[in-house]
Design a protein around this ligand. Structure first.
Ligand code: LRH
Ligand code: MN
Length: 411
């Protein structure tokens, strides 16, 4: 499809855009685009000030698989669901056969395995960085269980978020804690099977409010490197202090082949876990641009995952909306004329370069994405198809009784 749009002889930019088959570029990009949904995004979650119960929220792992399958059915882009060990496999390895049954029943696979080292009372002063060697041993045992679960399920990533830290200066030895973490991550790396990786997620604060042991990308990268070649860094877009240039961090991690994956969400203030693209869609566009600008051998293994908490939006609607928005922003980023941009950047034609870059962002790719959906036998409007399916009404009826008992209050 060739179209002449806003030709501007002075700058002559858009002339370049018309020569490229945008529909083909968008289709190729979407054919390769996969994003993992989080099981916990379907459950009733809230903030520390409480949670608003949704009757249709998933109350068990089967319902989470059912919801994840619905999202994949509607978008064609989310064939895996991230699992959180304590929430989804409370029986550990003994729950694996049930997960395998659900995978077969619902046609979506288990994805990244997320250990939980932040809920247990023992972890008050930390888990793998706790001064108590008994508690560190317990935490390491949970990490090894998580690796074994991933191995048994044949999944690739064990995704570690360590909440450890302290709330007051002088109350913990930051240096000793680094050493303890290295021991635990080395033991975890040692246990990884063929094809498995461990992803180290960083976060500047919360639940700790003075120091967090893995607070930024540099700490995560160094710990991953010291653990071994199967360890990479996970970038949660909500885990950055205000003003941080996230796409620059992404570019660095790609440059040093240290990027393992993403937890996508959006935020206005801190780790708000809002739906991706809801506050700053240009942010995700800029991240996707860096990914698409890097050599394939570095980016092919980069895992795209959603990590959100749907406190007010309908859980299914929010998840379908997030996958669709990610597809649209990825399609826009695929339309950046990187050859022309490189020329304009290298010749320091700033305005022309910015216009060439943003030109893709301003493109309304939705008609092309709808075309791609139709050509792949997918619903052209996933959110509309969800509403027309009656799925949300059905699960709200079926699950109401189980959700009625849910605790809404924080304290
Ligand atoms: C921590 C985090 C982590 C998950 C949790 C649900 O803020 O991003 O990735 O384990 O959210
Ligand atoms: Mn996360």
């Amino acid at each position: 499809m060739i179209f002449l749009r806003g030709f501007n002889s002075a700058l002559g930019w858009s002339k370049v855009m018309t020569n490229r088959n945008t529909a083909e570029i968008v289709a190729k990009a979407l054919d390769g685009f996969r994003i993992e949904v989080p099981s916990w995004g379907f459950a009733n979650t809230g903030t520390r000030f409480g949670k608003f119960i949704q009757n249709g929220a998933a109350t068990n792992i089967e319902e989470k698989f059912s919801d994840a399958a619905q999202v994949n059915l509607l978008t064609g882009a989310s064939p895996t669901v991230a699992l959180h060990v304590l929430w989804d496999l409370p029986g550990g390895l003994t729950d694996v056969p049930n997960i395998q049954k659900l995978e077969a029943q619902y046609g979506v696979k288990a994805g990244s395995i997320n250990p939980n080292l932040f809920q247990d009372q023992d972890y008050k002063f930390g888990s793998i960085a706790n001064p108590s060697s008994e508690i560190r041993a317990r935490a390491i045992a949970h990490l090894l269980d998580s690796v074994a679960i991933g191995h048994a399920l044949g999944t690739k990533d064990v995704s570690l978020w360590i909440a450890d830290g302290s709330n007051y200066p002088g109350t913990q030895s930051i240096s000793k804690r680094i050493g303890w973490m290295e021991e635990a991550l080395a033991a975890t790396h040692q246990a990884l099977g063929e094809g498995q990786r461990m992803l180290v997620e960083y976060k500047p604060f919360e639940p700790a409010f003075y120091h967090t042991d893995i607070a930024d990308w540099g700490m995560a990268l160094e710990l991953a490197r010291r653990a071994g070649p199967k360890a990479k860094v996970l970038v949660d877009t909500g885990h950055h202090l205000q003003g941080t240039n996230i796409e620059q961090i992404v570019t660095w991690l790609l440059h040093v082949d240290g990027l393992g994956g993403f937890h996508f969400n959006d935020r206005k203030y801190s780790d708000d876990d809002l739906t991706l693209g809801s506050i700053d869609p240009y942010q995700l566009f800029r991240i996707f641009h860096e990914i698409l600008s890097a050599p394939a051998q570095v980016t092919d293994a980069v895992a795209f995952m959603i990590d959100q908490s749907h406190n007010l939006k309908g859980k299914l609607e929010a998840m379908v909306q997030s996958v669709v928005t990610a597809q649209e922003l990825f399609a826009k980023a695929a339309l950046v004329d990187r050859a022309r941009l490189a020329h304009l950047q290298d010749s320091c034609q700033l305005v022309e370069a910015e216009e060439c870059f943003r030109d893709a962002f301003w493109q309304d790719v939705r008609p092309l994405v709808r075309e791609w959906r139709a050509s792949r036998g997918l619903p052209v409007e996933p959110l509309k198809a969800l509403a027309e399916s009656g799925y949300v009404e059905k699960i709200s009826r079926d699950r109401e009784a189980r959700n009625r008992g849910s605790v809404a209050s924080y304290a």
